[in-house]
Design a protein around this ligand. Structure first.
Ligand SMILES: [Zn+2]
Length: 142
């Protein structure tokens, strides 16, 4: 069930721009209709301007089908030196990305599934944004 989404995240990871950390991350975001948007981390010589794979993929999802339709997210990541066949630790979304995923969850009204994997899609940790970010900040205009 996650295979297609994991493959999409692995393909996205191959396009990461991470010359400074050499830590490549790919992300695939699936809509409730089965559409897939992808993203990869995009570092910058001015370090603080780097963009995580999750936020890169969410921006693509926003344009492709809208944040309110996001249903599942797969993240794969690991050092550039990691080889196929090797296993590593699952990469977890950073705090900022958890907040970005929460924004989509707030729009959809669902607890988005988040699958975190090593560089090759192994060692999957399946959780939800509600579990990753309890008591999330929510901006209430009213
Ligand atoms: Zn992040």
């Amino acid at each position: 069930m996650n295979g297609k989404l994991i493959e999409a995240a692995i393909e996205a990871r191959a396009k990461a721009h991470a010359p400074y950390s050499d830590f490549l991350v790919g992300c695939a975001v699936e809509s409730e209709d089965g559409e897939i948007a992808r993203g990869a981390n995009m570092e910058n010589g001015c370090y603080r301007l780097g963009v995580c794979a999750e936020q890169s993929a969410l921006a693509a999802a926003q344009v492709a089908f809208g944040l309110g339709k996001v249903s599942r997210i797969v993240v794969v990541g690991g050092p550039r030196s990691a080889r196929d066949g090797e296993t590593g630790e699952a990469v977890m979304p950073c705090g900022g990305c958890r907040q970005a995923i929460q924004e989509a969850a707030g729009l959809s009204g669902r607890d988005i599934e988040v699958v975190c994997c090593d560089h090759s899609g192994g060692n999957a940790v399946t959780t939800t944004i509600g579990a990753l970010l309890p008591a999330a900040f929510v901006f209430d205009k009213d």
